[in-house]
Ligand binder design. Structure first.
Ligand code: NAD
Length: 252
């Protein structure tokens, strides 16, 4: 790698909102150059303004569209070199299996799982081509680690992300690319507000040992750690950031 300038740009899918946006804030604080990839020009502009970034650091990109992703990753890497990617783009869905249509099931997998695959593959190919190292952090979910009701489609997409994380960590480790996942518990974001009814919120607050929702910043700090050289020997891990939910046993 010799005299090459150290790559500094991080592409964050779903970067205009929630966990992705909080991660951009956290990365800025650590001297990285976040680039936001999301669906709408207007929300990207608002996010860039909030972060104090030029608006061209927000790129309209649908993660389920290969062409759109290839272009976005090339644009990000053209300037400061690509140091990492965060796959935070996602959509929520909460419905019993017997009431889930095949169309809805496929739509959830298409964005959450296939989208993360398309973005990760584009970055991996680029790093391979250039002989560069990199770091990938996938945002999965505790719903990809246990059988939360209503999560047949969403949980399958997140469980798939967890397994894809392990395989890609194994395949890409030899070229210096680390692949890890953060599995958040309940976090109060626009996505959660769509599916978390009063009853669901009560259950989370009762079942999470820390007794509360997490904040986007608490997830962002874990993502930043995994992306950075602080985690230089961490590869193929799924880090639950969930107030203790996934490992809790009986509470009464
Ligand atoms: P959010 O709705 O605030 O952010 C998600 C972003 O993804 C939005 O800006 C949306 O426009 C974008 N997006 C959706 N489809 C896209 C596509 N096809 N291409 C590009 N961008 C797209 O939600 P959030 O809670 O910050 O979610 C971020 C990630 O965290 C998701 O993958 C979600 O599944 C995961 N997660 C969230 C929670 C929670 O409780 N909020 C818990 C576990 C996991």
């Amino acid at each position: 790698m010799g005299n090459k300038i150290k790559a500094n740009a991080i592409a964050i899918t779903g970067g205009a909102s929630g966990i992705g946006l909080a991660t951009a804030h956290s990365l800025l604080g650590r001297g990285y150059e976040p680039w936001l990839l999301d669906l709408k020009r207007e929300t990207l502009d608002n996010a860039c303004d909030e972060l104090g970034l030029a608006r061209d650091r927000g790129i309209v990109c649908d993660v389920s569209d290969e062409v759109s992703v290839e272009q976005a990753i090339r644009t990000v890497s053209a300037n400061m070199g690509l140091a990492g990617i965060v796959n935070s783009a996602g959509i929520a869905f909460d419905r019993p299996a017997v009431e889930t249509s095949v169309e809805d099931f496929k739509r959830i997998l298409d964005v959450n799982l296939t989208g993360s695959f398309i973005v990760s593959r584009a970055a991996a190919r680029l790093w391979m081509e250039r002989g560069e190292a990199g770091s990938i952090v996938n945002i999965s979910s505790v719903s990809g680690l246990c059988g939360n009701k209503g999560r047949t489609a969403y949980g399958a997409s997140k469980g798939g992300i967890n397994l894809m994380t392990l395989v890609m960590a194994n395949e890409l480790g030899p070229i210096g690319v680390r692949v890890n996942a953060v599995a958040p518990g309940p976090i109060d974001t626009p996505l959660a507000r769509v599916v978390h009814t009063e009853d669901v919120r009560r259950q989370w607050n009762e079942r999470v040992p820390l007794g509360r929702y997490g904040t986007t910043d608490e997830i962002a700090r874990a993502v930043t750690f995994l992306l950075s050289d602080d985690a230089s020997y961490v590869n193929g891990q799924i880090l639950a950031v969930d107030g203790g939910f996934i490992n809790a046993g009986l509470s009464a």
